[in-house]
Design a protein around this ligand. Structure first.
Ligand code: AMP
Length: 284
């Protein structure tokens, strides 16, 4: 089935208004492109649960800090359109930084709790950019349901907070992490890895396996878990740890003991590539 590419906000707004007027349900998957099976899993679910399935492909400049990879970020648009079509997407919204943030633009969304730990520490303007873009895209696409991957667990929680705090009339659906056969979480940034770094990156999911087995052996002290994971990852010469943390999966608050639903979250630099991964452990 052919997907239609819509390149302007005005055209997209008109289209979704007409779809809503006809009573069609709209599913939406915001992406930055360089699509892989992780993205496609969200699109298939959106296809299955809605009359019309929309995605956006927009590398959002406001979520990149100076010196990060905004320019290098892969943009294989023709390939992305083909993949999205195969996943049953009807409309592909692409826009430009100039259209999203014209001269004089000055309004941003700041969430002040769940965005503070983890990625918020070393990327202090990241979630401000993400939430601003997600809110704007929701205003443009007017979806009934928006699909996010748990690969970006903190992003899911931040968007859920924004939707609740701003009374947005949209359902947020979080979907499981899609991994390669060997366990590495799919990411558009995996293309930056050399063959040897790709091997070394496997230590990230292995550290989550270790966390899970330590918990099943009875470890309940977060410090012990983090120390053992740190030990494993620092064996890899190209790895530099950004964070390894255990938090309440519910609201990302600090925990003294590994109990209940615990988010084990990891961000590690492999050479020049920063990768994130996580696992939620249900601990009795
Ligand atoms: P991005 O293009 O990186 O902004 O990602 C767009 C959406 O795809 C986000 O909701 C991500 O959480 C989701 N996503 C990215 N990688 C994966 C993955 N490996 N499994 C599931 N969802 C993913």
């Amino acid at each position: 089935m052919k997907a239609e590419v819509i390149e302007t906000i005005r055209e997209m707004v008109g289209r979704t208004q007409r779809l809503r007027a006809k009573g069609k349900s709209i599913g939406f998957v915001p992406t930055m492109g360089a699509l892989h099976e992780g993205h496609l899993s969200l699109m298939r679910r959106s296809r299955a649960e809605n009359d019309v399935s929309v995605i956006s492909i927009f590398v959002n400049p406001t979520q990149f800090a100076p010196g990060e990879d905004f320019e290098e970020y892969p943009r294989p648009i023709a390939e992305d359109v083909r993949k999205a079509e195969e996943a049953g997407v009807d409309l592909i919204f692409t826009t430009t930084p100039e259209e999203m943030y014209p001269t004089g633009y000055s309004t941003f969304v700041e969430e002040e709790r769940v965005t503070r730990p983890l990625c918020g520490k070393t990327r202090p303007t990241f979630f401000r950019g993400v939430l601003t873009a997600v809110l704007k895209l929701c205003q443009i696409v007017r979806p009934h349901r928006v699909y996010f991957g748990e690969k970006d667990f903190q992003q899911c929680r931040a968007v859920q907070r924004m939707v609740s705090d701003f009374h947005l009339d949209v359902e947020i659906i979080s979907c499981p992490i899609v991994r390669e056969d060997d366990g590495l979480a799919l990411s558009s940034r995996n293309v930056y890895l050399s063959a040897s770094e790709r091997e070394e990156a496997l230590t990230i999911p292995k550290s989550l396996d270790l966390a899970e087995s330590l918990v099943s052996e009875g470890v309940r002290d977060p410090a012990v878990l983090v120390a053992r994971m740190t030990e494993l990852i620092t064996e890899i010469p190209s790895a530099r740890i950004d964070y390894i943390e255990t938090l309440s999966a519910d609201d990302l608050s600090t925990i003294e003991r590994l109990q209940g639903d615990v988010l084990v979250a990891v961000a590690v630099w492999i050479g020049k590539t920063r990768l994130i991964d996580n696992r939620v452990l249900a601990i009795g």
